[in-house]
Design a protein around this ligand. Structure first.
Ligand code: ACO
Length: 344
């Protein structure tokens, strides 16, 4: 039976922890790209061999993409995720055994179930901590970061690894030139640790399910087979219009929640889908393009992996420095969108 003193101790503990401000800070970043780099010229000639016509000029002019990486056949998302996670933990000076929460944002999971996060946990050689996937397509990393932040702030976790990882090449229809030139594979990760000083300053998440059909892989598994199409389908123009409409708004909402303004942003790190969407958002936020981290030219659109990949690239190249204020923002299938303001 619980003794009154035990109850008192428990209440005291709760009251004490409640009064201590708890924040979550990024303490390490990492990323991984599969070795097979495919330039526009490579893709143009590979597609030409199957009668599909495209050009470097068209791809660069409409999207800003010059190259992407594709995984080798049979390589699954967890492999990329583990490589990125290991680099992030190394940067944070942590061992896998220090981690008590794993969240993987992906739309290209290894299996229907269990989660890719559980597969990653096993490959990292640890067990016991919470591990789950988040599915918000290209907004997945922002959703995952927001959930990990809330769990750390509440005391449910202390050291999280938040990963965005994708093998989109597996769901591309290489007979559809309107989509297959846009996407690539990769993974990015951050270690998020409890801290007495703020790191994630504010977040803002949204979804509007009436737009499910404009960007989706409509197939599902039933009766031992895939029912419907297992390829990515996209109404590019509809996605484009929705994206430019919501991105600046969510960034402004997050800034307001944190008591900041556009002028406080050192770096805009947008989802890397299309340079035209990024330019339009930067203009609306009155930010020069030299304050925008751009990797879409080299990575293509890697969906949930694109923001942590861009962040890690910018950290390792010395663009992003300790103490700077970063605005991360994304849109994706669902339709989903959101942003996070980060004191790095
Ligand atoms: N090569 C050459 N021509 C092409 C190609 C190609 N790869 N793809 C399409 N075209 C042709 C079309 O057939 C069309 O020809 P037509 O005029 O003779 O009919 C012409 O180019 C124009 O096609 P549009 O679709 O109108 O081209 P648009 O300027 O809209 O650009 C694009 C297409 C790049 C997809 C654009 O709509 C876009 O960027 N949309 C947003 C996509 C996006 O960001 N998606 C990801 C967000 S969410 C997520 O990341 C999962």
């Amino acid at each position: 039976m619980t003794q009154p003193s035990q109850i008192k101790n428990q209440l005291f503990k709760t009251a004490t922890t409640a009064t201590i401000a708890r924040f979550a800070r990024i303490t390490g970043t990492g990323s991984y790209l599969p070795p097979n780099r495919v330039t526009n010229a490579d893709l143009v000639s590979q597609l030409a061999a199957t009668g599909i016509e495209t050009s470097d000029d068209w791809i660069v002019e409409r999207t800003g993409i010059r190259a992407r990486h594709f995984s080798a056949q049979g390589v699954l998302t967890s492999e990329l995720a583990v490589a990125a996670a290991q680099k992030a933990m190394q940067a944070a000076g942590l061992l896998a055994s220090d981690i008590d929460l794993i969240i993987v944002a992906t739309s290209t999971p290894d299996m229907v179930f269990p989660s890719t996060a559980c597969i990653v946990q096993n490959k990292l050689g640890i067990a016991g901590c919470a591990a789950f996937d988040i599915q918000a397509v290209c907004t997945g990393f922002v959703y995952a970061l927001s959930v990990a932040n809330a769990m750390i702030q509440s005391g449910a976790a202390n050291r999280a690894i938040v990963i965005g990882a994708e093998t989109f090449s597996r769901i591309l229809d290489f007979k559809d030139r309107t989509t297959c030139v846009l996407f690539g594979d990769g993974a990015g990760a951050v270690v998020l640790e409890a801290s007495a000083t703020p790191g994630i300053l504010a977040t803002d998440l949204h979804a509007d399910g009436k737009h499910v059909g404009i960007l989706c892989v409509p197939g599902n598994v039933g009766g031992g087979a895939v029912e419907g199409s297992a390829f990515l389908h996209m109404d590019g123009q509809a996605v484009f219009k929705l994206a430019v409409g919501v991105l600046a708004d969510t960034a402004r909402t997050t800034l307001a929640k944190a008591g900041k303004t556009e002028t406080d942003i050192d770096w805009l790190i947008p989802h890397q889908a299309n340079i035209r969407i990024m330019t339009s958002t930067a203009k609306k936020l009155k930010l020069d393009m030299d304050k925008v981290v751009v990797t879409v030219d080299q990575h293509g659109n890697t969906s949930a992996a694109s923001i942590p990949l861009a962040l890690d690239t910018a950290v390792r190249s010395g663009q992003v420095k300790q103490g700077q204020t970063l605005m991360l923002e994304a849109v994706g299938g669902g339709f989903t969108w959101g942003s996070a303001l980060v004191q790095y």
